[in-house]
Design a protein around this ligand. Structure first.
Ligand code: AMP
Length: 394
């Protein structure tokens, strides 16, 4: 994989793919972490007199043209503030005006194409669409680690047509995860949470092979607990995944990996700010009609101790319904334990875990915050990310 600083970008038109899929409220970017993460590459290109054409997506538009809800206007504005320079946004993805905007672009200037997913040919990796994108530029840089698991036109298609390079963020993300897997300082502790086992079955299986301790929280733990015969009441579970969950428990035993599951829960009948909550021990079972919505205090203590003992710690996914105050405690305690472990290399991935760390003000205390949730999990489960493979072939 060639890095952007190996390219001669002086005066060249550079098509820069980024993942600026950031939260937006009332026309304003509410968290610019993903934009700031690409600043080293943007600054490098600006300082080296490249004409920068940024390609990004936002949300999931239909792919049939402009949709106001998904315009990149707020993103272009936020980027402009960071680089202290106007960032022009094109009217449509590809069109006569876009070609004219690119022609007018001066060295060191930044132009942003409107949401690339306004055109459905992006997702279908349409060769003609890739060709038109490639025509805009002299070379291509991919700094969109968080989108590297998608074989889309602006991620893989264009690499067939332009000299292609990785950006600094892409390089850093890949290097961090590679080192974490290849040379983790023991004990290696991974924490997985979130809603579905089915989404995380592959990564759970792979992590069992490489970590010393695997901690499971969030709704995904109920499938494991039910598979072991516990009563889980009305908690979220995936009944089709009981067998695979059982197999993972067996696999952990065979590998000598400590698999930690919650032993108590915060339960309630409804998910609301004023829900009436109580604590139950899983040995006593969760009553029918009640849901486990956060790990309980004994579990939080057990998880905290395991995390504190870790020397490499990876965390993806909340421990409970952390968006709702009565069920945020477990996620906060895990975030605190990860952030306070100054002797470990701590790596966090996934939107919810990052939001939790940011919300509690711990972002400077962890070693690395990955910008990729899905991409990071696929990388960890051994999948070759299409966007990375496409850069590797040169
Ligand atoms: P995911 O998208 O799979 O990463 O899951 C994140 C979501 O899981 C968050 O929105 C949480 O509210 C939700 N979640 C975590 N724990 C639970 C739980 N015990 N019951 C229901 N939802 C949960």
């Amino acid at each position: 994989m060639r890095l952007v600083n190996e390219a001669d970008v002086n005066g060249k038109r550079v098509l820069l793919r980024v993942d600026f899929n950031v939260p937006i409220k009332d026309g304003k970017v509410t968290d610019d972490t993903r934009i700031r993460a690409v600043m080293p590459t943007i600054r490098y290109l600006m300082d080296n007199n490249a004409k920068i054409i940024i390609v990004a997506h936002q949300g999931r538009p239909k792919g049939e043209g402009y949709e106001r809800a998904y315009t990149l206007k707020p993103v272009a504005k936020a980027l402009g503030t960071l680089i202290d320079k106007d960032v022009k946004l094109t009217h449509d993805v590809l069109g006569m005006q876009t070609t004219a905007d690119v022609e007018a672009l001066q060295p060191g200037e930044v132009l942003m194409l409107e949401n690339i997913r306004f055109d459905k040919r992006e997702k279908s990796n349409d060769p003609e669409f890739s060709g038109r994108l490639a025509d805009l530029a002299d070379l291509y840089v991919n700094d969109a680690f968080a989108a590297a698991h998608r074989a889309h036109a602006s991620i893989t298609g264009v690499t067939e047509l332009l000299p292609s390079y990785a950006g600094f963020l892409m390089n850093k993300e890949l290097g961090t995860f590679e080192r974490m897997l290849a040379h983790p300082t023991a004990p290696f502790v991974a924490i997985l949470g979130g809603s579905k086992v089915s989404d995380k079955i592959k990564v759970t299986s792979r992590l069992i092979e490489v970590v010393d301790v695997l901690i499971i929280g969030g709704a995904m733990c109920f499938t494991f607990l039910k598979a072991q015969g516990y009563s889980i009441g009305s908690s979220l579970r995936e009944d089709d995944w009981l067998e695979p969950a059982k197999e993972l428990i067996e696999k952990a035993k065979a590998e000598g990996t400590q698999l930690l599951l919650p032993k108590d829960f915060v339960i309630a009948g409804t998910i609301s700010d004023d829900a009436e909550t109580s604590i139950v021990d899983i040995a006593d079972g969760i009553p029918e009609g009640m849901m486990g919505l956060d790990i309980g205090p004994a579990t939080a203590e057990m998880y905290k101790n395991a995390i504190t003992d870790g020397r490499t710690v990876f965390w993806n996914g909340p421990m409970g319904v952390f968006e709702v105050a009565p069920f945020a405690g477990g996620t906060r305690q895990v975030a605190t334990a990860v952030a306070m472990n100054s002797r470990a290399t701590t790596i966090i991935g996934g939107g919810d875990s990052i939001a939790a760390v940011n919300r509690f003000g711990y972002n400077d205390l962890v070693t690395f915050i990955s910008t990729g949730g899905g991409a990071a999990l696929e990388l960890l489960d051994g999948t070759h990310l299409p966007g990375v493979v496409a850069l590797d072939k040169e």
